[in-house]
Write a protein that binds this ligand. Sequence first.
Ligand code: URA
Length: 429
Amino acid sequence: MSEPFDAVDVIRTKRDRGVLSDEQVDWVVDAYTRGAVADEQMSALAMAILLNGMQRAEIARWTQAMIATGERLDFGRLSRPTADKHSTGGVGDKITLPLAPLVAACGVAVPQLSGRGLGHTGGTLDKMEAIPGWRADLSNEQMMRQLEDVGAVVCAAGAGLAPADKKLYALRDVTGTVESIPLIASSIMSKKIAEGTGALVLDVKVGSGAFMKDLDDARELAESMVALGKDAGVTTVAVLTNMQTPLGLTAGNALEVRESVEVLAGGGPGDVVELTVTLAREMLAAAGRDDVDPADALKDGRAMDVWRQMVRAQGGDPDAELPTAKETHQVLAQGDGVVTQLDALKVGVAAWRLGAGRARKEDPVQAAAGVEIHAKPGSEIRSGEPVLTLHTDTPERFGRALEALDGAVTIMPAGSRPDLLPLVIDKVR
Ligand code: URA
């Protein structure tokens, strides 16, 4: 079949800082997905986009072109409105686990199509799979039924949504072209728009443990995604949140499930509770239900009831013992004072090296591996007290995890104050 464009012309246009036409965008995304544009040509184009950027209309067209390569789901027949949350990824970010049942308990259905972790940020499916018996793979019909009956579902995104993104993301991963705001925004939003949610809340993380280390970049990404959502008719809000230090007191799959269940039981760390309730309020408001207060549903056990139904509906046993690691190792404070910094990236890399995450997408993960935090920034500590406990089934991993933690904890004299950004930094509507 003869092609209407030449890939080299499209690459040259972007290389020379030009604007791609709608027809060029539609063609190059489709042709790459069906194999008519080669990987090396798409790598060159992705690099030109990373270096020279895209205009708002180009990003919107690129996103629509990626959606058009696959199927679109439709939640229109459900008896309640839908709202989804997407986080750009961080260390100890287990918020989906308490959030999905909490929002469902307040009358809004939550289709949470999730992924597995890669690198130092964990994946929601890996966390849920720490629950004995729980399975991630559901058909579209099973997902719809669970959304109607229980109100919340966490499951693997099927291969049918935005297949162009799957292929392009794998290519970007090996060509140094992940860190492009237009490509990140279109990648995330193509999947969320194709999924068919009515409302979307984006948790855009900022700080050492996040994709976006810098507040201005995070804000630009948030604004780009909010515009894409609105253009596609999805009520979209972004919350910029702090990922300088890990969220909560655990990073690692089973450890994070345990902490999430504590939150659902009305306890748990203050930052996890605060972010869960903040995002729940935004999701409910975006879905038109700002008349209900999610804090009540967390306190009175309604969210816990939905969690138990949600776990059971996918074969899991909410009462089963969670796996615990065979070996632990404590990291002790080297002096008296106040913890002023606990670096999210270093903790994330340590959890990954202990076995909680994977380097390649086919690697297995250890359910029980990870890092438990005893002293967050702001805590007073005395020399010799534990700051962290490392968990793994394979103790030969402790050495590399400890190397990753070099310089992770800063302790300053008593009376010092940590220089912390607030947990919720800003909102973009
Ligand atoms: N997550 C995605 O889904 N895509 C990106 O490009 C980056 C993060």
